[in-house]
Design a protein around this ligand. Sequence first.
Ligand code: ATP
Ligand code: MG
Ligand code: FE
Length: 346
Amino acid sequence: MNVLGIETTCDETAAAIVAPGEDGRGLIRANEVLSQIAEHAAYGGVVPEIAARAHVEVLDRLIARALDTAGMRLSDLDGIAVAAGPGLIGGVLIGLVTAKTLSLVARKPLLAVNHLEAHALTARLTDGLAFPYLLLLASGGHTQLVAVKGVGDYVRLGTTIDDAIGEAFDKVAKLLGLGYPGGPEVERMAEGGNPERFALPRPMLGRREANFSLSGLKTALRVEAERIAPLAERDVADLCASFQAAIVDVVVDRLRVGLRAFAEVAGHPTALVAAGGVSANGAIRRALAAQAGEAGLPFVAPPLNLCGDNGAMIAWAGLERLRLGLVDDLTAPARARWPFAEPKAA
Ligand code: ATP
Ligand code: MG
Ligand code: FE
């Protein structure tokens, strides 16, 4: 069983081919990703129209290259998976129309995958992880704690009431004159900084619901930065380190609450899992690994190339759905917004 996965929801154009591997894992036969970072860097964020045009320019060639790398033709595929949302609608439409066309021409089942569900299932692609597990999904557009109980069976234990963690990293980077995307830049600067120089707030600490709030932290950082301006490199490093330390404290505290909420809806988790672009952050990974260890749970996070957006996770989510007969037809809509997890009943 070989599934092609197409990803165009944001600023990565990606195509991959995944098959079932050993021990319940996936086997990645090809994984082509083209980031548009250079095209958007001058604007300090993703420009939707530029993103859509860039997807059009490269998607067909990326798919051809993925087939080449895997040594396959369209006729060798068993399904065409595509991220049908959530995301920037122009990009989503380009991926979806391409996938529908391939599905029609090659007469292969279409799998309209939720991009967030694909991040959520990545731990099964890489580690063959069994359900249920507790997931921290933290990316540029989303920050959620989710009980992953099965394919299509997700309970949202908490979410952010304002900014996503990745968004907070991006905004802080912009404020401090660092590049885009901000996460890796802030992490790099934080390495040489003093995390205790600035006493930044830890929003939501101790709250009983597993929600996040990050805009106050970002504002507090801006106030500190303005107070000591002009900023020397040392100041930027200390601000980044203090910010990252606050995020780590918040994440650990929220997960403590999330673990309790998980037990109510899904019993005992097989693991603590991180996914989404922010899960590439070394400080967050180390803190979560320690926390999982204390709770007697394995910690699973994707290798760095599968943290951010990629085609392999879309192909894998499509493969999981195909195995269950959850196929789509040509009426599948493109969705700018598409919640994938049911909120936990209060
Ligand atoms: P979504 O998945 O919510 O639709 P997205 O697809 O844009 O959003 P991803 O590509 O999964 O998000 O992740 C990108 C985000 O991850 C950016 O906000 C980026 O700053 C953040 N990020 C990447 N690397 C790191 C890092 N090392 N530390 C912190 N944040 C990071
Ligand atoms: Mg991206
Ligand atoms: Fe993403």
